[in-house]
Design a protein around this ligand. Structure first.
Ligand code: PAF
Length: 261
């Protein structure tokens, strides 16, 4: 089936009743990579149809330079979507999604203030608000989120439970390069030297006996560290490689539960 693009929420909502059977939605900010492809493939396997959304959500950026520098790869993204065989794409604008100009927002009061939330004030208000909008617009059976953004995944799942949103949240494993770096749209912004250095980040998270030691290893190698913390049987970290902020997390032992959810 050729890719069909909807440029407004209203256009998709008009079309939505024609989708027969189950629908999976994969929300993205574009700059698609193999991690996104794994979410799309899982959705295509699980459902009769799949909708991918591409929208660089300004309300989740606490730093205007970070937003301005976010990779824009729409031409390449369309090729990825066609190659994977995604049938539907939604590319709304800010004015379309935020007619209220963000007067109304979803806010979580506890876990969203920790880890990334402690370093990016308001970030998760923006994430949860746009995901709530996209889930309400998509009217999907299932929605797919990567474990690379584990805090986001936990908060999105909590939000759908808290607000009785009838879309199942499906977690998908982090996809890594062969040297261990988690795939991220932000990797497109790393120059060759920083890309080579970045591999030390997952290595330190994985190999250090404690979070404090991981932080010390990273700082000794010249990384600016936002945080390294162990929570709920996982190790979470965020560092700057040059100007590019990378996050990662990994399970510390196979038997740990996930008390974060
Ligand atoms: O993970 C992302 O790409 C974004 O945070 C999301 C979920 C698409 C919301 O803008």
């Amino acid at each position: 089936m050729p890719l069909r693009t909807f440029e407004t929420a209203a256009a998709w909502r008009t079309f939505r009743p024609q989708v027969v059977g189950t629908l999976g939605v994969v929300p993205t900010m574009g700059a698609l990579h193999a991690g996104h492809v794994s979410l799309m493939e899982r959705s295509l396997d699980d459902n009769d149809a799949t909708l991918v959304t591409i929208f660089v959500n300004p309300t989740q950026f606490d730093n205007p330079n970070d937003l301005a520098g976010y990779p824009d790869r729409m031409v390449e993204d369309l090729e990825v979507l066609r190659n994977v065989g995604v049938p539907y794409l939604l590319t709304p604008t800010y004015d379309d999604l935020y007619a209220d100009d963000f007067r109304y927002r979803v806010s979580e009061q506890a876990f969203s203030r920790e880890l990334c939330g402690a370093h990016r004030p308001g970030h998760f208000d923006g994430v949860l608000t746009v995901v709530m909008k996209l889930l309400n617009i998509a009217q999907a059976t299932r929605a797919y989120f990567g474990e690379k953004d584990f805090q986001q995944l936990t908060l999105v799942r909590g939000m759908t439970e808290a607000f009785f949103i009838p879309t199942e949240i499906v977690p998908c494993p982090t996809i890594r390069e062969t040297d261990g770096l988690a795939l991220s749209s932000r990797n497109f912004k790393l120059d060759a030297e920083d890309r080579a250095r970045a591999t030390a980040f997952p290595k330190a998270l994985r190999e250090s006996p404690t979070a404090d030691e991981a932080r010390a290893v990273l700082e000794a190698q010249g990384f600016r560290v936002d945080y390294v913390e162990d929570r709920g049987g996982r190790r979470f970290g965020a560092v700057y490689v040059g100007d590019v902020r990378l996050i990662d997390n990994m399970q510390l032992n196979a038997s740990a539960d996930n008390p974060l959810s």
